[in-house]
Ligand binder design. Structure first.
Ligand SMILES: Cc1ncc(COP(=O)(O)O)c(C=O)c1O
Length: 395
């Protein structure tokens, strides 16, 4: 028996290290060594947190708002979340149906732990955000993957979901717009998916992390449908919307008994999210929203540039992202000869071309890489020059 490994609890071996975090760590190491690196790996805005939000945190410090808050989050923040959601999407949540979490990821973790029993099936569209798979595995659930068609821009339809529903299905996870593809679930399909799930008593977890970053459609929440609050559970995050990744504030909106269960879990793990960050979050949600509009505008400009540059690389195809800030090009033209798979491609891109990307294997596909265009135009230009040259050289 190997003492070091055998002592780790089994449930930990059911999950892996987040691949996006791995890339970020590797890129950070190289940068610390002074390597001239272009980082397309990080899924975080390159914009600073807006000044009004930072000022609110400073005020919180000066006013000694530095103690525990309720485990479920401060009352004014829960209220602000409900009001913002009502304003943006026309929903009607109350603070009793709201929990503030340590980032959106924590909301998804808590929701999954509160709802999924061992053996329960959870339907996850592919390509998926890495964390869904691991949190479901951690809860002892079984991931049931739904393949989408790249030729249709990875668009998800209700009929694709329906084929995977069984009496054991407990939850369907939808992320629209999606990380890593930028695909959007059309409103009509989203409503059909919701109905399919609701009719069977299946929860629909809607991850709204990128909901404010849509390029050609209006923000929409499935929770705004009449009666949807019974089986739709919302995971939200301030990380991307307000360039607040390091502040770690997210939330969930769900029926009160589910929120109560999540609060119970949270009270024994993190307790409340950081008090100061919660005050900053109140300002983010209630203050001026023009920084969100400005960021969206800039992401759109970058999206257009990145997609055009990727499509100009011989043999590379790229579905048009309709939201979020990722492009997910098919790079199979450079696979199969010298480079085995996208894991090796990402490694060699970093080592040889000094560009950090996330391999598609992390998202459940084997011919893509994820490029985050939450980077300046100068960086995008430099990195895409390098990527272009690398793919041409290896095709
Ligand atoms: C799809 C998706 N959901 C949720 C999150 C959670 O973000 P955070 O925990 O920073 O709020 C992320 C972050 O990358 C994401 O990409």
């Amino acid at each position: 028996m190997q003492a070091g490994t055998s002592r780790i609890a089994e449930r930990i071996s059911s999950i892996g290290v987040s691949s996006t975090m791995k890339v970020a760590a590797e890129a950070g190491k190289l940068r610390a060594q002074g390597v001239d690196l272009v980082d397309f790996g990080a899924g975080e805005p390159d914009f600073p947190t807006p000044g009004n939000i930072k000022q609110a945190a400073i005020r919180a410090l000066e006013q000694n708002f530095t103690k525990y808050t309720p485990a479920s989050g401060a009352a004014d923040l829960k209220q602000a979340v409900c009001e913002r959601h009502a304003r943006d999407y026309g929903t009607a949540y109350t603070p009793a149906e709201t929990i503030i979490t340590v980032g959106g990821k924590h909301a998804i973790f808590n929701l999954t732990q509160a709802l999924v029993n061992p053996g329960d099936e959870v339907v996850i569209p592919v390509p998926y955000w890495v964390t869904y798979k691991d949190v479901v595995n951690y809860a002892g659930g079984k991931c049931v993957f739904v393949e989408t068609d790249e030729a249709n821009g990875f668009t998800l339809t209700a009929s694709l979901i329906e084929k995977q529903l069984t009496p054991r299905t407990r939850m369907v996870i939808i992320n629209s717009p999606a990380n890593p593809s930028g695909a959007l679930v059309e409103r009509i399909e989203f409503e059909r998916i919701f109905k399919l799930a609701a009719d069977r008593g299946i929860y629909l977890l809607t991850d709204e992390c990128y909901c404010r970053f849509l390029y050609d459609s209006e923000p929409f929440s499935i929770a705004s449908l009449p009666g949807a609050k019974q089986t739709a559970v919302v995971a939200g995050s301030l990380s991307k919307t307000y360039a607040m990744t390091g502040w770690r504030i997210g939330f969930a909106l769900a029926p009160a008994p589910i929120v109560t269960a999540m609060v119970k879990l949270q009270s024994h793990s993190t307790s409340n999210p950081t008090s100061i960050a919660q005050k900053a979050a109140v300002e983010a949600l209630t203050g001026p929203q023009d920084s969100v509009t400005a960021m969206l505008c800039e992401y759109r400009r970058r999206r257009d540039y990145v997609v055009a540059r990727l499509r100009a690389i011989p043999g590379v195809t790229c579905a048009e992202p309709r939201g979020a800030f990722y492009a997910y090009p098919n790079v199979s033209v450079a696979l199969g000869r010298g480079i085995r798979d996208t894991l090796e491609m990402a490694e060699r891109l970093l080592a040889e071309a000094r560009v950090a990307v996330v391999p598609g294997e992390a998202f459940g596909t084997d011919r893509h890489i994820r490029i985050s265009y939450a980077a300046s135009m100068t960086e995008l230009e430099r990195g895409l020059d390098r990527l272009h040259e690398f793919i041409v050289r290896n095709s």
